[in-house]
Design a protein around this ligand. Structure first.
Ligand code: HEM
Ligand code: MG
Length: 346
């Protein structure tokens, strides 16, 4: 069954987090890792269960303790993910793929299949993971990482900074427009894709550094090996990740939320040079419904995850319904000052 949200952590100061109690350990068979280098790294250092299967409360506490993510952002992201990819009956979520450790699943169409599940939280145009339609959406991809290296060398002076993030985001967007016929880049993905590129600068740079740029070897270790540098200190103030860097990445190029619709007309890019392209690629159009019924971006994201939960659980009964409602209440807590609560299972 569901649990209440954990309290915020008390000590949010800078501190050593790759410490004796949290050594990196290599992956054992059956342990889950997935599309998120933040959670993968926390699991490989034992801030989360090394199995990669955890309760939402464990995740909320671990992202604060291990990387100093702000409490409200931790609640928002974790309960969104838990509602669409977690198992409400056992209160467990896999940070990777489907795992026996999450217990027996609720009836379909519920997924309860972990963060690697495409299309509910995980989405297209990721930094180091392929689009699901084009390959593996959860494993580190060396080709994509080399593109980050190249861009960082060109515009970041050899490091990954906000300027590099802006160009990485645009390159990944363009690549998906041109190669993924089913490319989807509207809510929730439109909201997560920009901040995701800033997270490495905010959370993977050592707290003792005043430099808002990330060494590429350190970046690789987090993204590929789920590993913190020796002596790694978390940042000295909690952060949501939002701020001037995210705005910079969003405003560096023209974006609208939307998707490839197969029409063959694209609002951004010239027609494909080669006729070997599938007809459905390069057909990006704006999504007229990306805000749902909301006017505030945060509330539209909230509404989207609630509506997805409703689709995954058409008529939940008994303990399942109680657990879903508790987790929906938990998900509402971080947005309660801005949004109206939605009750899909009254
Ligand atoms: C993706 C960092 C917390 C779920 C990512 C990516 C980064 C990142 C950098 C992009 C990876 C890539 O595109 O190659 C972090 C950090 C966190 C954090 C530093 C905490 C401080 C969380 C939490 C959840 C989560 C709490 C949910 C419980 C995801 C998912 C993706 C992702 C599902 C895949 C999205 C996609 O690219 O398709 N994260 N994350 N993350 N993260 Fe996290
Ligand atoms: Mg992805």
């Amino acid at each position: 069954g569901a649990q209440p949200v954990p309290p915020p952590i008390e000590d949010t100061s800078m501190k050593l987090v790759n410490d004796a109690a949290h050594p990196w350990m290599p992956l054992l068979p059956g342990q889950q890792r997935g599309p998120c280098p933040g959670l993968n790294t926390l699991a490989s250092h034992g801030w989360l269960p090394r199995s990669g299967v955890a309760t939402p409360a464990q995740i909320v506490t671990a992202v604060q303790n291990g990387l100093n993510m702000e409490y409200r952002r931790a609640l928002e992201v974790t309960y969104a993910a838990f509602l669409v990819n977690g198992n409400p009956l056992t209160n467990l979520l896999s940070i990777g793929g489907l795992s026996r450790l999450t217990g027996s699943a609720p009836p379909t169409p519920a997924l309860a299949s972990g963060l690697s599940t495409h299309g509910t939280f995980e989405g297209d145009a990721s930094m180091t993971r392929s689009d699901a339609a084009l390959g593996d959406n959860h494993s580190f991809n060396e080709t994509l990482f080399q593109q980050i290296v190249d861009i960082s060398n060109k515009v970041g002076g050899g490091k990954y900074n906000a300027s590099a993030a802006a160009e990485v985001r645009f390159q990944r967007f363009q690549d998906s427009v041109m190669r993924n016929p089913g490319f989807f880049f509207s809510t929730p993905r439109f909201d997560t894709a920009f901040i995701e590129t800033v997270f490495p600068i905010v959370f993977f740079v050592d707290g003792r550094s005043t430099d808002a740029s990330l060494d590429l070897h350190v970046m690789r270790d987090f993204f590929q090996n789920s590993r913190m540098p020796p002596d790694f200190h978390r940042r000295g103030t909690p952060s949501s990740g939002s701020g001037p860097e995210e705005d910079m990445v969003m405003n560096a190029h023209d974006y609208v939320p939307g998707f490839n619709n197969g029409s063959g007309t694209c609002v951004f890019l010239p027609p494909p040079a080669s006729s070997s392209h599938l007809v459905a690629v390069n057909s990006f159009v704006a999504d007229p419904n990306f805000m749902g019924t909301q006017t505030d971006v945060l509330c539209s994201l909230y509404e989207k995850f609630v509506n997805t939960t409703r689709e995954l659980y058409p008529s939940p009964q008994g303990d399942l319904r109680v657990a879903l409602n508790k987790n929906l209440d938990n998900f509402f807590i971080p947005v309660s000052s801005r949004c109206a609560q939605i009750f899909p299972f009254p």
